[in-house]
Ligand binder design. Sequence first.
Ligand SMILES: [Zn+2]
Length: 71
Amino acid sequence: MAGANSEIDTTRLTPRIGEMKDLIESFSHCPVCHGHLHFIHITDFSTNLTHETAKCPECGTQHRSVLHKLQ
Ligand SMILES: [Zn+2]
C-alpha cells in the first residue's frame, strides 16, 4: 500500500515542472504594452530571499517582488 502512494507522488512531480513553465510564460508579458518582460533573479544568501525584477524594455515598466525563502 505504501508503495502505491510513492508512485502517485512521483507522477505528480513530473507535470508540475511543465505547469510552472507555462505560468512563467503567461507572466512574462508586460501588462501595459504586452512587450516581452526581462526577468532578473537575485538571491541574497544572507537573508535567503530571492528578489525578482521584471522589466519591460518597450515601455520601461518595472515590477519588483520578493520571493520568500527558496530552501
Ligand atoms: Zn511594456
